[in-house]
Design a protein around this ligand. Structure first.
Ligand code: MN
Length: 489
């Protein structure tokens, strides 16, 4: 995360004279140094903005600097906001307005008008807030004393959203095969996705992938597979090792094509496995564990979102996976969802050491594929589903509590995650279905609803939240109002 740099700027003006400006400058540098040490990404002080040219030049440089992932602005003194207009109208990077002040307390006996003129963020940040609002500038507002945990957490979370935006704008998704026949929710406007989100979604021939798999030697695949002896339980009969070896060849081959294309996410489909012996299972799971985005059945939107959420949450302790709502346990009052997929769930969310197993697959018309089988870790998590509404994308974010599965399910040959939805099963399911949420989604223990919402705000994507506070009447009205608002835009 440290290679992403955030620019910290302090707003002021020449009115106050040299002494005040020197103090603003040195405090800005001190605060940037503190943030750089405390936050997951780099923070660089870019100086005190005193004139319209200072601001326009700073924005121009930020737009063109690939390492700059966003700007954090704070008005130490009053900084008249018409000075900021010509710069901000051209801003292409994520923007955070930090509302803080250098001193925590008012110095009771020492406060005088000099102190007031130097320390007037309460005043200057309101002027700055107005111009951002007047310009309809998408931005995050973080409030509090700059050394407090709440401010550091707010900045840290927003930085991760901004990193998600940077990754989104450079993301390439490789599709092996098309969308699953007749499925609607995994479809979408790839031109709109590229214009809005930056995603380059393009096909690579399945036949080429088959050739690439065939070109991987047994020796290469054995070396990689055997390197996992500590990490996974090899629950394989003698005649099943070859199935795991073939999956490892698929992992290597897909990885090579992604590297060659500069891609960080991929899709495939069980309906197009031309020249392949198995549907990628262990292969897709291993690639996800390495940080690659994946979507099954041609679902490029979930593949891209999986990659973006993994990038945003890099270095965090939980995990993130592609997941699918499968079946329910409808005991009234404690209803649970069982999420899984036919193979492809990321082992980063496993509660225990995953087992490599080989089982028959009734779908896909190929040999029994090797896959990792495990239970998801208990804990709070979110589900995120991006859908194409026609004319706009909508990101649906739902709070869930993953529980230890209440059944052993010994004959279920796939990774499984069991969860309780917020606020309750009926409301959450009504809301998800009413909003058009897909059966595919991204499950993350690390990403928070705030982080995902801030990412969507940066990208200009509608968000819909399902949480403990969700009330279905309000929810329904909000969806109706959002439809009108987006028609007006
Ligand atoms: Mn599916």
């Amino acid at each position: 995360m440290k290679r992403y740099k955030f620019w910290f700027i302090a707003g002021s003006q020449h009115l106050y004279g040299g002494d005040v400006l020197r103090t603003v400058e040195s405090r800005g540098a001190e605060m940037a140094g503190f943030f750089d040490a405390e936050l997951p990404c780099g923070v660089v002080f870019k100086g005190t903005m005193k004139t319209p040219d200072d601001i326009s030049n700073c924005v121009r440089e930020a737009n063109h600097d690939q390492s700059c992932a966003g700007i954090i602005a704070w008005m130490h003194t009053f900084s008249p906001s018409k000075m900021w207009i010509n710069g901000l109208v051209n801003l292409q990077k994520p923007y955070c307005h930090l509302h803080t002040q250098y001193n925590r307390s008012i110095p009771d006996s020492d406060i005088d008008m000099d102190f007031m003129n130097l320390n007037q963020s309460a005043h200057g940040d309101r002027e700055h807030g107005f111009i951002n609002t007047r310009l309809r500038l998408a931005r995050k507002i973080v409030v509090g004393y700059w050394k407090d945990g709440t401010v550091l957490n707010g900045l840290s979370s927003w930085m991760r959203s901004a990193v998600g935006a940077a990754v989104s704008r450079g993301l390439k998704v490789v599709r092996f095969g098309d969308n699953m026949r007749q499925v609607a929710v995994t479809e979408g406007d790839k031109v709109e996705a590229q214009a809005k989100l930056g995603w380059q979604v393009n096909t690579q021939p399945v036949g080429r992938l088959a050739e690439e798999i065939a070109a991987v030697t047994d020796g290469e695949a054995e070396a990689l597979l055997n390197a996992h002896r500590e990490k996974y339980v090899f629950a394989l009969k003698d005649d099943q090792y070859d199935a795991a070896l073939y999956q490892t060849k698929e992992e290597i081959a897909i990885g090579r094509i992604l590297d060659e294309q500069g891609a960080e996410a991929f899709t495939n489909t069980f309906e197009d496995l031309y020249g392949m012996e198995q549907l990628p299972g262990l292969a897709a799971q291993r690639l996800m564990e390495r940080g690659i985005g994946f979507g099954a059945e041609g679902d490029w939107k979930t593949a891209a979102m999986t990659r973006i959420v993994k990038a945003m949450t890099s270095g965090m302790p939980g995990g993130t996976s592609f997941i699918e709502d499968y079946t329910y346990d409808l005991e009234q009052g404690r209803e649970l969802s069982l999420g899984a997929h036919m193979l492809e769930v990321c082992p980063s969310i496993a509660a225990e050491k995953p087992r490599i197993e080989v089982h028959n697959l009734s779908i896909g018309d190929r040999r029994p594929p090797a896959r990792l089988v495990f239970e998801g870790c208990p804990g709070k998590a979110v589900l995120a589903s991006l859908i194409d509404m026609g004319g706009r994308f909508r990101l649906i974010i739902a709070d869930i509590e993953v529980v230890k599965p209440i059944y052993k399910m010994p004959n279920l040959p796939v990774a499984r995650v069991m969860w309780r939805a917020e606020p309750d099963f009926v409301t959450a399911s009504q809301a998800w279905i009413m909003a058009g949420g897909a059966h595919h989604s991204v499950l993350s223990y690390d990403a928070t609803p705030e982080m995902l919402t801030d990412w969507a705000d940066i990208m200009g994507v509608e968000t819909v939240r399902i949480s403990a506070k969700t009330d279905i009447e309000t929810f329904k009205r909000d969806l109706f109002l959002a439809d009108i608002a987006y028609k007006l835009c």
